[in-house]
Design a protein around this ligand. Structure first.
Ligand code: ADP
Length: 205
């Protein structure tokens, strides 16, 4: 994996769906813009690339595709995201904040039965963010927040699946540099205070 050699800083938010990534990414964007910095707020999967469009189709229709193929699509989409938006912005000294990045491929891919080392290898040519925040929120709380309704069994299965996703998130700080887990079951502003202090101490912003 490649250390960011560019002028700008690259920050990623990760976690289970409903953990508050977009909320915190939005708050951090506003905060840094107010300080007069140029910020590009972005998201994976993108909506622009061919791979991103295919991913959308799969996710929206809830169709099942082979997990390895799905993660290859995410990886292709990521390559284009880096080449067309993230790297050009970093070269221009901008701060790039991405709502999800390759950590999602690792966590969701492993939960679908894929091998972590294979997934890491497929993403080994990509930039490592200067700071990654993984929001820790229990699956049942995430599901409540996104008001996912269903019968008890579905909810139970969904909780089990997300617990599996979390198991990989939990080990990523040991595998990849500059990754921090932040307790996300707190009021939004309290979480954001912690994120700001990470951004201050790690990135000098
Ligand atoms: P994600 O991007 O991780 O899927 P969102 O930021 O969209 O999550 O948040 C999902 C829902 O949870 C939203 O309705 C949001 O307002 C709410 N939410 C986000 N952070 C918190 C928090 N710390 N406490 C309670 N609710 C939250």
């Amino acid at each position: 994996m490649i250390k960011n050699p560019y002028l700008g800083k690259f920050i990623a938010f990760e976690g289970l769906d409903g953990s508050g990534q977009s909320t915190q990414a939005g708050l951090l964007t506003d905060f840094l813009v107010e300080k007069g910095l140029e910020v590009v707020l972005t998201k994976e999967p993108t909506r622009n690339s061919e791979a991103g469009k295919k991913i959308r189709q799969v996710l929206d229709k809830n169709t099942r595709v082979e997990p390895g193929y799905l993660q290859e699509l995410f990886t292709q989409d990521r390559k284009e995201h880096l080449d067309k938006l993230i790297i050009p912005s970093l070269e221009e000294n901008k701060i790039v904040i991405s709502d999800r990045y390759f950590f999602s491929t690792f966590a969701y891919g492993v939960s679908d039965g894929l091998d972590l080392e294979w997934l890491i290898k497929n993403n080994s040519e990509f930039l490592v963010p200067d700071l990654t925040v993984i929001l820790k929120v229990r699956p049942e709380v995430c599901l409540e927040r996104i008001e996912k309704r269903g019968n008890a069994k579905t909810l139970f299965e969904e909780t089990k699946k997300l617990e599996k996703v979390w198991q990989t998130y939990a080990i990523l700080p040991k595998r990849i540099k500059n990754v921090y887990i932040i307790e996300g079951e707190r009021p939004i502003d309290e979480i954001f205070e912690d994120i700001k202090s990470q951004v201050r101490s790690k990135l000098n912003l």
